[in-house]
Design a protein around this ligand. Structure first.
Ligand code: CA
Length: 218
């Protein structure tokens, strides 16, 4: 939230926190343009140090983050300018808190899933790479860090064989020359936890691959 007026910002920050949002508030355009990587920007146009439109334009020039512009300027031309400069929506002061929340949610709903922030869906298996959560038939399965990394590695190219050396290097350590038995132990445990042993296929003398029902869903 970029808002210089404490009497406006503070109740909004509190209210949004109650709604489950984590809000970082800054009071100047300069701060808004330095070192934050938010999921959404609430931008007041009347800032002490910079023109809000310029802030909007600069944020947009470097990021696809949704921008919700907040302003006292109710003029139609201002709204159009804000949207032309890359704002996703526009809310005019004074506004109700519920309206703000509704607009935030609407703007975020319209956003495509950010790249790299993927829940990989392999039919009965889902892997959330952001939270490292794994679901089998909708139920969360608790994996150890190595089990998760092994599964995520195999799932990065479903059906492709990943050789043992690559597995050791990627999941364990780049300089691993220890017993490859470690992999077998983790594979056995992973198969058991997933409840579908054929999901992790052993390719003799080569390595492992994702198999069974998962591959047709990739
Ligand atoms: Ca202001």
């Amino acid at each position: 939230m970029v808002e210089d007026d404490d009497s406006i910002a503070e109740p909004l920050v509190e209210g949004l926190a109650r709604e489950g949002f984590s809000v970082a508030r800054v009071a100047t355009g300069r701060e808004a343009l330095s070192g934050h990587d938010p999921d959404l920007v609430i931008l007041d146009l009347g800032l002490p140090d910079m023109d809000g439109y310029a802030v909007c334009q600069q944020i947009r020039s470097r990021s696809a983050v949704p921008i919700l512009v907040v302003t006292a300027r109710a003029d139609e031309g201002d709204k159009v300018l804000g949207l032309e400069l890359g704002a996703d929506d526009y809310i005019v002061k004074p506004f109700g808190f519920r309206e703000l929340v509704a607009r935030i949610r609407a703007v975020m709903r319209r956003m495509p899933e950010p790249a790299g922030d993927l829940v990989q869906d392999l039919g009965p298996l889902q892997i959330d790479r952001r939270t490292r959560k794994v679901l089998v038939d909708g139920a969360e399965v608790t994996l150890s860090p190595k089990e998760y990394e092994l599964l995520a590695l195999l799932a990065s190219d479903p059906g492709a064989v990943v050789d043992r050396q690559t597995i050791l290097e990627e999941v364990w350590d780049p300089h691993w020359y220890g017993p490859t038995k470690t992999v077998d132990v983790h594979v056995a445990s992973l198969r058991k936890k997933l409840g579908n042993p054929d999901w992790i296929e052993t390719v003799r003398k080569v390595g492992l691959r994702l198999g069974g029902a998962l591959v047709g869903n990739a």
